[in-house]
Design a binder for this molecule. Structure first.
Ligand code: TYD
Length: 210
């Protein structure tokens, strides 16, 4: 059996620039011939994308916080089976837009669900598939929304309001303290290229890329 691939997750508030940074990292990996897949949570495959539509549907205002958390956890398990595990087994690097820390930040700090409940429903993912490294693109929700010119009115989570997104951000800051070796903050105050260079040095330092 070959070497297992490297699992890299990206975290941050809405509009932190995750997709741009994932694209720049992907270009870097492609230029060096590193096989990789780009995927996202909730989503990735057909079933998890279907779950994603239920979670984010702006009409479902009556969805309970527990139901929301369970749907994210369900989408995660399916995504691991469909996309992440097969790629890692083939030795590919996986770049994943959001993962487990999103649940702690959004459903934990944002919605107020207990850490125990979130750990329980995510135990499978946490025991079997913790990313080798998670990069937190550190930008406050206020500046992030300014960058992307406001929230999407059809997206239930983006519509959750400023106070909610502030709590999510505080949650991430707390997670940085709790998981200092797993979650690494990236300063995003400069240009896209500068942020990308910062990401590359963090990954090189950790031995995740050449
Ligand atoms: P998405 O459109 O991918 O947002 P972004 O571009 O900001 O990543 O939608 C994902 C939304 O789901 C986003 O608002 C964060 C939220 N989310 C959670 O609340 N919990 C989770 O566990 C995950 C993976 C995402």
């Amino acid at each position: 059996m070959g070497k297992r691939g490297i699992f890299i997750a990206f975290e941050g508030c809405e509009g932190a620039g995750k997709s741009t940074q994932m694209r720049l990292l992907s270009e870097y990996l492609t230029a060096r011939g590193v096989e990789h897949v780009i995927t996202r949570e909730p989503g990735g495959g057909e079933i998890s994308e279907a779950i994603r539509k239920i979670i984010l549907n702006g009409k479902f205002t009556a969805m309970t916080d527990e139901c929301e958390a369970l749907l994210y956890a369900a989408a995660r398990v399916q995504h691991l089976a469909d996309t992440v595990a097969p790629a890692l087994e083939r030795g590919k690097t996986v770049l994943c837009d959001r993962y487990i820390f999103s649940s702690f930040a959004y459903q934990g700090s944002g919605r107020g669900l207990s850490e125990k409940f979130l750990r329980d429903i995510n135990a499978y993912a946490m025991e079997k598939f913790m990313p080798d490294v998670t990069l937190f693109l550190n930008i406050s929700p206020a500046s992030a929304f300014r960058r992307k010119h406001g929230a999407d009115e059809n997206d239930r989570i983006e519509q959750a309001g400023e106070a909610f997104h502030r709590k999510v951000y505080e949650g991430y800051l707390e997670l940085l303290r709790t998981f200092p070796d797993k979650l690494i903050a990236v300063d995003c105050s400069g240009t896209k290229q500068e942020t990308s260079q910062r990401i590359l040095s963090i990954l090189r330092r950790g031995g995740f890329i050449e």
